[in-house]
Design a binder for this molecule. Structure first.
Ligand code: UDX
Ligand code: UDX
Length: 459
């Protein structure tokens, strides 16, 4: 089937950048991204490119080049579905917050809604591509809905998980390590492969069966998260033995069998995927009664929670066992640098813990808007919205946040934090001035020289 029109349901962090790159590399294909959230679509259509709903280096340039030519953002979901030969489902699949599997299983409500909608409006054969990360064997459910409620046309289901990381999404999309396509119909697989082959070499386009593809995505995220938890577990040991975790990471990373990436000790991993996907893996393993497998992966999450907790406990202990009424400046709220995404960010949990101890929290992040900080904290439901407003301030500039602070907690590894005038900051902070570097981005000896009491992870 030759693909001339693509529809993508879900204009989020995955759908937006992925489709922008597909449109840029395939000028002959019309790509329409639809979403039920009209505000989000309006933001994607904003003529001011700095107001796009997703911040990713390089994204605005591609949107500028393609929008209105062969890339469109729309709320007319049914129309876009019906005219496309290929439909990507890229809606969110959060962890369930109710019922069976609560707190672990993926909530597939939106996937089902999309499938039913496709079945209802489609009048010609379609290739339906799962872009969202899904539990293994979800394609079975999608196929059953499409075949049983559709208008008697043919649907081919493909799994095409996205491996991009936020902050480097465009780079990752333009030169992916691999593109993975799982499916049953060879013809459908080749249709999707032809879209990618406009810029991805053939030998990097892997073809597998549906179930391997679905499971590979969960496995890749579980392995990556496991590396972070592994090095974080060693960081705690380092703090008790005078070993330095960055030196250990370098030493082991030079072993080509281990490799150097994903060995940066931190205050804990965040993001929309790692925790959710591991919980999902754990849930699936348990559903097959594979309890040892489930326990094994669950430990990655337990370690991550411990690392976040340990960071705030250590801060409180060092500040003479109380932060009540003290101003704690948190630099960074995003779950990693170069993104405005805050989902599952360690900063949220550290702030929540400090607020429980009655601290006055002051946040500065170069890309996260004020409202997001409050909504992240309110979402936890630990205290009233009013209390969060009274005890948390979000500053426009770092210096405002740091002024008169008792301590600084570095939560995100934004490059600009390294270039701040730390001497000036020191002069304006309360003494002794404490720095808790949750990302090990500052130079310990320079900070000590200025006069700071500097604490980092695993050193
Ligand atoms: C993606 C993947 O799809 C998810 O499975 C993966 O694990 C994380 O990344 P992401 O793009 O980050 O999700 O999610 P989000 O930014 O929340 O975007 C999803 C969009 O889908 C939202 O804009 C939402 O409004 C839209 N949506 C949701 C629909 O258009 N229809 C629905 O029925 C549900
Ligand atoms: C991840 C996967 O990398 C990507 O392939 C998948 O498609 C989605 O999930 P993402 O969550 O965007 O991407 O970011 P990633 O770079 O993987 O970082 C996740 C978290 O781990 C961040 O909080 C990051 O700060 C943390 N991390 C990462 C570390 O603490 N140390 C490291 O060495 C690497």
């Amino acid at each position: 089937m030759k693909v001339e029109k693509i529809c993508c349901i879900g204009a989020g962090y995955v759908g937006g950048p992925t489709m922008a790159v597909i449109a840029q590399k395939n000028p002959g294909i019309k790509v329409t991204i639809v979403d039920i959230n009209a505000e989000r679509i309006a933001a994607w259509n904003n003529s001011d490119l700095s107001k796009l709903p997703v911040y990713e280096p390089g994204l605005a340039e591609i949107v500028k080049e393609t929008r209105g030519k062969n890339l469109f953002f729309s709320t007319e979901i049914d129309k876009a579905i019906d005219e496309a030969e290929m439909i990507f489902i890229s809606v969110n699949t959060p962890t369930k917050t109710y019922g069976k599997g609560k707190g672990q299983a993926a909530d597939l409500k939106y996937i089902e809604l999309c499938s039913r909608n496709i079945a209802k409006v489609a009048t010609t054969d379609k290739i339906v591509v799962e872009k969202s990360t899904l539990p293994v064997r979800t394609a079975e459910a999608v196929k059953s809905i499409l075949d049983n409620t559709g208008n008697g046309i043919n649907f081919h289901i493909l799994s095409n998980p996205e491996f991009l990381a936020e902050g480097t999404a465009i780079e990752d999309l333009l030169s992916p390590d691999r593109v993975l396509i799982g499916g049953e119909s060879q013809e459908a697989i080749e249709s999707l492969a032809s879209v990618y082959s406009s810029w991805v070499p053939q030998d990097q386009i892997l073809r597998t069966n549906l179930w391997s593809s679905e499971l590979s995505k969960l496995t890749a995220n579980a392995f990556l998260a496991q590396r972070v938890s592994s090095i974080n577990s060693i960081s705690e040991l380092c703090e008790h033995t005078e070993a330095n975790v960055d030196e250990v990471a370098k030493a082991i990373g030079m072993d080509s069998r281990i490799g150097s990436k994903f060995l940066k000790a931190s205050v804990g991993f965040g993001g929309s995927c790692f925790q959710k996907d591991i919980l999902n893996l754990v849930y699936i393993a348990r559903s097959y009664n594979l309890n040892e497998v489930a326990d094994y992966w669950e430990q990655v999450i337990i370690m991550n929670d411990h690392q976040k907790r340990r960071f705030s406990d250590n801060l409180i202990k060092t500040l003479y066992n109380t932060v009540s009424g003290k101003k704690i400046s948190m630099l960074g709220w995003a779950f990693k640098k170069d993104t405005n995404d805050t989902r599952e960010s360690a900063a949220i949990y550290v702030a929540d813990h400090l607020l429980n101890e009655q601290a006055q929290v002051s946040v500065y992040d170069p890309k996260v808007p004020k409202q997001k900080v409050y909504s992240d904290l309110n979402y936890l439901n630990t205290r009233s919205e009013e209390e969060n407003e009274n005890n948390v301030t979000v500053s426009e500039t770092p210096y405002e946040s740091l002024k008169n602070a008792h301590a600084v907690a570095i939560m995100t590894e934004w490059d600009e934090f390294k270039d701040y005038d730390w001497k000036k900051i020191y002069n304006e902070m309360k003494k002794p001035a404490f720095v808790f570097d949750g990302r090990n981005i500052l130079d310990k000896s320079k900070m000590n020289e200025i006069g700071f009491e500097y604490y980092s992870i695993g050193q």
